[in-house]
Design a protein around this ligand. Structure first.
Ligand SMILES: NC(=O)c1ccc[n+]([C@@H]2O[C@H](COP(=O)([O-])OP(=O)(O)OC[C@H]3O[C@@H](n4cnc5c(N)ncnc54)[C@H](O)[C@@H]3O)[C@@H](O)[C@H]2O)c1
Length: 249
């Protein structure tokens, strides 16, 4: 028995590091999983991993910045299971440049990937959740959305937007049986992040964190699992910080 047995969950960015850990955790907890990613091969590989261990799962190639693609993702999930209980918005990413050098199209790309995506996916699942008077939406923000970050201004602004969008949407649906929360990770050791650092730079980055180490994707998956449990349904509109006390703003 898992703690989300038979709940149907969409995980966007499910082919990536944190999304993959959430997929694995939700699978262990008994959920049925729609694993969505713009990288279809990564979504398929993740789907196969959990399906081989008995989880009912589908892989969906989806671009979360595109309304039609997002609607198709939700339709594929509903066609498969006839219900949709949980949405986890994980898809995202950053690029680095000083503001004076940022091309406006690149600004839009990053904000769309991290913030418009959360709007589009939430909008697409809400009619089903409202009808059921039940739903959980969890979106991944970032410590940089609170601390800011030189050279990642577009990303930081978008992730701050995720936190306040979460609060706003939670207020809109506070009496509708839908819990809407965010998680702001600190530095989490995924291939996407670790790949940017030499061993020396990584050690320095770890030393910067009060707990003396980076987080693991499983730490974020655990927080997501906490937020989608019914016994925690008095929590809504919040952003949970998972960062080893790296709160130096
Ligand atoms: N790793 C960290 O330290 C860290 C810290 C704070 C926040 N985050 C956030 O957590 C999330 C996951 O990060 P990660 O480290 O696992 O990165 P990752 O690159 O492994 O995962 C991101 C996934 O999103 C997918 N994706 C990108 N654009 C997409 C689109 N338009 N449509 C659908 N899928 C798309 C990618 O293909 C990838 O599989 C991101 O939102 C990231 O900003 C990560």
């Amino acid at each position: 028995m898992g703690n989300i047995d038979n709940k149907v969950a969409i995980v966007t960015g499910g082919g990536g590091g944190i999304g993959g850990a959430i997929v694995q955790r939700f699978a262990r907890e008994g959920a049925k999983l729609a694993i969505a990613d713009i990288n279809g091969a990564a979504a398929q590989a993740r789907m196969k991993e959990v399906a081989d261990r008995g989880t009912d799962a589908i892989a969906i190639t989806s671009d979360v910045t595109n309304k039609k693609s997002v609607e198709d993702m939700v339709k594929a999930t509903l066609d498969k299971w006839g219900k949709l209980d949980i949405l986890v918005n994980v898809a995202g990413g950053a690029s680095r440049a000083n503001v004076v050098d940022i091309d406006p199209d690149e600004w839009d790309r990053i904000v769309n990937m991290n913030l418009k995506s959360v709007f589009l996916c939430s909008q697409a699942v809400l009619p089903t959740m409202l009808k059921a008077k039940y739903g959980k939406i969890v979106s991944i923000s970032s410590i940089y959305g609170f601390a800011g970050n030189a050279t990642r201004s577009s990303y930081a602004a978008a992730k701050a937007g995720v936190a306040v969008f979460t609060k706003s949407l939670a207020l809109e649906h506070v009496k509708d049986g839908i819990n809407i929360n965010a998680i702001a990770p600190g530095r989490i050791e995924t291939p996407a992040v670790r790949g940017h650092y030499s061993d020396e730079a990584w050690a320095a980055a770890e030393a910067q964190i009060p707990m003396g180490r980076t987080g693991k994707p499983e730490n974020i998956a655990s927080a997501a699992n906490f937020l989608v449990q019914d016994e925690n349904n008095y929590i809504t509109g919040q952003t949970i910080h998972v960062n080893g006390a790296w709160l130096n703003w």
